[in-house]
Design a protein around this ligand. Structure first.
Ligand SMILES: CC(C)(COP(=O)(O)OP(=O)(O)OC[C@H]1O[C@@H](n2cnc3c(N)ncnc32)[C@H](O)[C@@H]1OP(=O)(O)O)[C@@H](O)C(=O)NCCC(=O)NCCS
Length: 166
């Protein structure tokens, strides 16, 4: 049985084990190897994950089956005082996709959003990430806006923002 657990600093290695496979795989045809390396270090180093969890209040959840971790998600309630919850990350191992695990994590995000009295859930997705865009549309998200974000080192993120009321 797959369970969704709230992660803490003791799970940083577990998050990295999944992200080291899932993240580069998701972006191998979208971003350059340089940008993938830069972004992996920026988002998934020990220091960055600790800061996200304990300074920025990002809550990490892991999908776990027996002793194996299959995916993760991070969310932030009342992000930028918007009264909305942001999904910062949602990644499933390539060989575990399309089995309902993304939906399990998304339903948990929706439940946590309601608990916090936020009224919507939103996220950024790369404009060329057709697989994820298909998933969000199938699950009731609408396109709210487009956003180009400068992430330093000459790199940008060319994103859509998708949103869903809860
Ligand atoms: C996007 C992602 C999180 C979806 O998770 P998943 O476990 O593969 O999706 P699920 O199996 O839970 O799918 C849930 C539902 O969405 C549908 N769905 C999934 N991907 C879809 C797609 N590309 N297009 C249309 N529908 C899709 C499924 O058919 C399922 O429908 P159902 O409820 O009628 O059965 C996962 O594929 C992933 O990790 N992708 C790579 C990382 C990534 O791009 N993350 C997003 C960054 S913004």
């Amino acid at each position: 049985m797959i369970e969704i657990i709230l992660a803490n600093k003791n799970n940083i290695k577990d998050i990295q084990t999944v992200s080291n496979v899932a993240w580069p795989n998701a972006f191998k045809e979208i971003l350059s190897p340089h940008q993938i390396k830069y972004m992996m270090n920026w988002m998934y180093s020990d220091e960055s994950l600790q800061e996200q969890m304990y300074v920025k209040n990002h809550r990490y959840f892991l999908a776990k089956e027996n002793d194996r971790f299959l995916g993760y998600m991070s969310i932030e309630h009342n992000c930028e005082n918007s009264g909305k919850t942001k999904i910062h990350k949602i990644y499933i191992l390539p060989d575990q996709q399309k089995k309902g695990i993304g939906k399990l994590l998304l339903y948990r995000a929706i439940a946590e959003t309601k608990k916090q009295n936020d009224n919507a859930i939103y996220l950024n997705v790369n404009k060329y990430n057709e697989n994820a865009i298909g998933f969000y549309k199938k699950n009731g998200f609408f396109l709210a806006k487009e956003e180009v974000i400068d992430i330093g080192n000459g790199f940008i993120m060319d994103d859509y923002v998708f949103e869903k009321s809860v």
